[in-house]
Design a protein around this ligand. Structure first.
Ligand SMILES: [Zn+2]
Ligand SMILES: [Zn+2]
Length: 369
């Protein structure tokens, strides 16, 4: 199930006007507190740790912060979720505290986050929808339960690194002694070696599986947004928790409605007579046909607002409006009688005809929408 993401400022426990320095301090304090290595028995610390890293990555970047302040998580520009996996959270931590704090590669490893495209219909995006998606991902091997060792055998401690998964090299440089820590080449950082690899997974402990996952897409989503499905990413290695699945949405266009943020737009063609005399017209909305009143003297580009029939905000559920933009259609084929009638009623006089104030303004608004 999709999960609402918490406000980044709330995650860091700072005010919306926090300075860069204040956020840095908050990040440093919280990242230390929730680092998974310090909370080995609390799986929620990992989630918290990632959340803190993601919040800081956005708010510490002035451009991303501004976009977040304006659009929130429903940020159409560059969704961060998928790029920001657990590894990114650890990388950020290492940048802050120096490579020495790098997480050992042994023990349970968090599974990778996965990203998948998902196309939905316009109405599904407005109303929300529950879908089943086929996810192909690394899963724990059922033959060896993820150990990588053939049934009956067991992995043993790597003799090269004595189980630490790391090899240390001490180098003398002009800055003094530098310790370079690298994953062990023999066990590839796992800390253990398998003498008889499992047939099911060739010793990897993971196999590819394709599974159908039910996901709920909240009402009001739009193209470029992402929906996170917690725990449906790749399986973790050696019993580590799975990563998350991110669905990158594409919303198929509607045949007559367009969307700009929470506003739905319908361009309504009317005849000269309807515009001049006024009329009651039924227009399409996402909630079905609705009557609107075209007032006498309506001009090309005039807008008629239908409150509450726009798209909902995916976070608050509050709906925007539908805006009907009037397009007066000038007939291109007239009968002789119609031509004569028009000539008699509105004789062409070789002059520009004044329009009421605001007409061009309306047109500009209509184009700018
Ligand atoms: Zn080793
Ligand atoms: Zn296996």
């Amino acid at each position: 199930m999709a999960q609402a993401r918490r406000d980044y400022y709330e995650v860091l426990g700072v005010g919306r006007n926090a300075t860069a320095e204040e956020m840095k301090r908050a990040y440093r304090r919280l990242a230390m507190q929730y680092h998974p290595d310090r909370n080995p028995d609390d799986p929620s610390a990992e989630v918290r740790f990632k959340e803190i890293g993601e919040a800081y990555a956005v708010l510490s970047d002035p451009e991303r912060r501004q976009r977040y302040d304006t659009c929130g998580h429903a940020d159409g520009g560059q969704p961060l979720g998928a790029d920001f996996g657990f590894q990114s959270a650890f990388d950020l931590f290492d940048m802050f505290f120096g490579g020495g704090a790098r997480r050992p590669q042994t023990g349970p490893q968090h599974g990778a986050d996965l990203r998948m495209p998902l196309a939905i219909d316009f109405e599904e995006a407005i109303r929300g929808v529950t879908r089943r998606v086929e996810v192909t991902r690394p899963a724990q091997c059922p033959v060896c339960d993820g150990t990588g060792a053939a049934p009956g055998s067991h992995p043993r401690r790597c003799p090269q690194c004595e189980g630490s998964g790391q090899v240390r090299q001490v180098r003398q440089t002009f800055l003094g002694q530098m310790v370079n820590v690298q994953p062990c080449g023999r066990c590839r950082g796992r800390g253990e070696v398998v003498d008889t690899p499992c047939n099911g997974c060739h010793g990897r402990g993971l196999v590819e599986e394709t599974r159908s996952v039910e996901v709920h897409i909240p009402a009001g989503v739009d193209s470029e947004m992402q929906v996170r499905v917690p725990g449906e990413g790749a399986a973790g290695e050696r019993g580590g928790p799975p990563g998350d699945l991110y669905l990158a949405l594409t919303v198929r266009p509607h045949s007559v409605l367009q969307r700009r943020g929470l506003t739905l737009i319908y361009e309504c063609p009317v005849s000269i007579a309807q515009a001049a005399l006024g009329d009651a017209i039924t227009v399409p909305t996402v909630d079905g046909p609705r009557p609107i009143t075209v007032r006498p003297g309506t001009q090309f580009g005039d807008r008629i607002r239908i409150p509450g029939l726009g798209a909902p905000d995916p976070r608050t559920g509050r709906r925007g409006d539908q805006v009907v933009i009037v397009r007066v259609v000038v007939p291109s084929h007239l009968t002789e009688a119609q031509r004569n009638g028009l000539r008699e009623l509105f004789p062409p006089d070789g002059q520009p005809h004044p329009v009421r104030r605001g007409f061009l303004g309306n047109l500009k608004d209509a184009i700018g929408l």
